[in-house]
Write a protein that binds this ligand. Structure first.
Ligand code: TYD
Length: 217
C-alpha cells in the first residue's frame, strides 16, 4: 500500500510519514506534544520536524517567509520559498529517515501550501502542486491528520502575528475551504479529527486513528 506514496524512496518496511494539518489555533502544537509524549512513553522512536524549517537552511528560509518587514513579497515568491524550505527538508531529513525505516512526524507539509498559497493567496491548487512536485520528489505523506475546526476569529490572542497570521479573516476562511477540497480529492490519506473540548480526548482519538492505520503501535 505504501510503496506508491513515496516512490522515489526505497523505504524500509516500517517507515511511515505522518503529517499534521489544520487552521491556526486548532491546538496542533498541543496535539503534537501529546503524541510525542505517548510515543516516548511507549518506547517508539520518531523524527519530529515542522514546516517551514527543521534544517539550518530551511530555518533561514522560514525567517525570510515570516518576516513582517517583507510585505512586498509576491505570492509566487512566497510559494516558492515554502517549496524551497521543503525541498531541503525532504532531501536532508525526510527521505534519509524513511530510508532507515523511521517514523517521521511533520507539523505541516505540502497540504499547507495548497491551502494557504493555493486557496488563501489564490494561486490555485494546481499551480502550487506543480511548484511543489519538484520539491517533494514524490515524497507524499502516508497519513495526514487534519484537525478539523473552522477558523475562529479569536485565535490571534496576545501573540505578535507573523506575516501569514496577520492576514484578514477571509484569508483563513479560504484556507479552511482549501483543506476540505483537498481532503475530498484524497480521502484515504486523511484522518479528520474534530478537536474535543478536552485535549486528552482529542489526543486519544488521534492515537487510535494512527494505530488503526499502522503508523504507530
Ligand atoms: P508557525 O508559527 O509554524 O504556525 P503554526 O503553529 O500555525 O503551524 O508558522 C507557519 C505559518 O506558515 C502558518 O501560518 C502556516 C503558514 N504556512 C503556509 O502558508 N504555507 C506552507 O506551506 C506552510 C508549511 C506553512
Amino acid at each position: 500500500m505504501r510503496e506508491n506514496l513515496c516512490y522515489t524512496v526505497k523505504k524500509e518496511k516500517y517507515a511511515m510519514f505522518v503529517t499534521f494539518e489544520g487552521s491556526e489555533g486548532v491546538g496542533k502544537s498541543t496535539q503534537l506534544r501529546l503524541l510525542k509524549e505517548y510515543l516516548l512513553r511507549t518506547g517508539q522512536d520518531a523524527v519530529y520536524i515542522r514546516e517551514p524549517g527543521s534544517t539550518e537552511i530551511s530555518e533561514k528560509i522560514r525567517a525570510i517567509i515570516l518576516d513582517k518587514s517583507n510585505s512586498a513579497m509576491s505570492y509566487v515568491t512566497e510559494a516558492m520559498l515554502y517549496a524551497a524550505s521543503r525541498a531541503q527538508l525532504v532531501g536532508e531529513v525526510i527521505k534519509p529517515a524513511l530510508k532507515e525505516g523511521k517514523l517521521v512526524i511533520c507539523d505541516r507539509y505540502i497540504d499547507s501550501s495548497v491551502a494557504y498559497q493555493g486557496y488563501g493567496r489564490g494561486l490555485g491548487a494546481d499551480v502550487v502542486k506543480k511548484i511543489n512536485a519538484y520539491a517533494i520528489d514524490g515524497c507524499m505523506p502516508d497519513v495526514t491528520v487534519f484537525l478539523d475546526l473552522p477558523p475562529k476569529s479569536n485565535w490571534r490572542g496576545e501573540r505578535r502575528a507573523d506575516r501569514i497570521e496577520e492576514q484578514p479573516d477571509d484569508f483563513f476562511e479560504r484556507v479552511y475551504k482549501g483543506y476540505l477540497d483537498e481532503i475530498a480529492l484524497s480521502p484515504s490519506r486523511f484522518v479528520c479529527i474534530k478537536p474535543d473540548l478536552d485535549k486528552l480526548v482529542t489526543s486519544e482519538n488521534i492515537i487510535d486513528a494512527l494505530r488503526q492505520r499502522g503508523a504507530i503501535r
